[in-house]
Design a protein around this ligand. Structure first.
Ligand code: SF4
Length: 213
């Protein structure tokens, strides 16, 4: 069956309209270093960035780097991050991740996908966010917003996250991957929400395939 996607020449229009709606689009997880970013992204699985931003200041104050977090007591970490979902598993993961960083990567966050995904709690999406945000390496991390919005607009027509990532990488210019990722997340959080998207105020409704179907 033919894919339902917008014409190539409309992609730039979509980006420009999203840039007009969200000139401030960027990573919404507060962080002051590559290590803090990595931890914040691991904590953000199935939790909002807003909730993560509430617990990370206390966490990083007590454990400013991987050495400190590697030696942390599990129940202390649990009590600091207990307001976020899956906090028990995440506490274990960030301690073990810090140990591994210190044992195998000289306490530095690695800059390759293959190394990042060996860390506890780090999957494809997290690794891609870290590569793009911490190292400026072009990647499109597909989360629930990027998946939903990208497919609704018709940037791609895919059934799953991996297919969406690959198709977006094929259709979007590489030097726009990082900004497009942020724009789709901003749009998904503020306008093209999972339930009751605010289509009437959406600047891209004339292009959007979901709106015009
Ligand atoms: S028109 Fe509606 S469905 Fe399409 S991108 Fe805008 S908010 Fe989402």
């Amino acid at each position: 069956m033919k894919k339902k996607i917008i014409d190539e020449n409309k992609i730039e229009d979509v980006m420009n309209m999203l840039l007009k709606m969200y000139p401030e689009a960027s990573c919404e997880l507060n962080h002051g270093s590559k290590f803090e970013l990595l931890i914040a992204v691991v904590l953000s699985a199935q939790t909002t960035d807003v909730s993560v931003n509430k617990v990370t200041p206390g966490l990083f104050k007590k454990y400013p780097g991987p050495q400190e977090l590697a030696e942390a007591n599990l129940s202390d970490v649990e009590s600091i991050i207990k307001k976020i979902g899956l906090y028990r598993t995440k506490s274990k993961n960030i301690i073990n991740l810090s140990k591994k960083l210190c044992e195998e990567f000289e306490c530095q966050v690695p800059d390759s996908y293959e190394e990042l995904i060996t860390l506890p709690g780090v999957g494809r999406k997290t690794a891609n966010v870290v590569l793009a945000e911490a190292f400026g390496i072009p990647r499109i991390a597909v989360d629930t917003h990027v998946f939903r919005v990208g497919n609704r607009i018709g940037l791609v027509d895919e059934k799953d996250v991996l297919g969406t990532e690959k198709a977006l990488m094929k259709r979007l210019p590489e030097n726009k991957w990082i900004i497009f990722h942020h724009l789709l997340i901003f749009h998904g959080r503020r306008c093209c929400t999972a339930r009751n998207p605010k289509c009437e105020t959406c600047l891209i409704k004339d292009i959007c395939l979901e709106y015009n179907k």
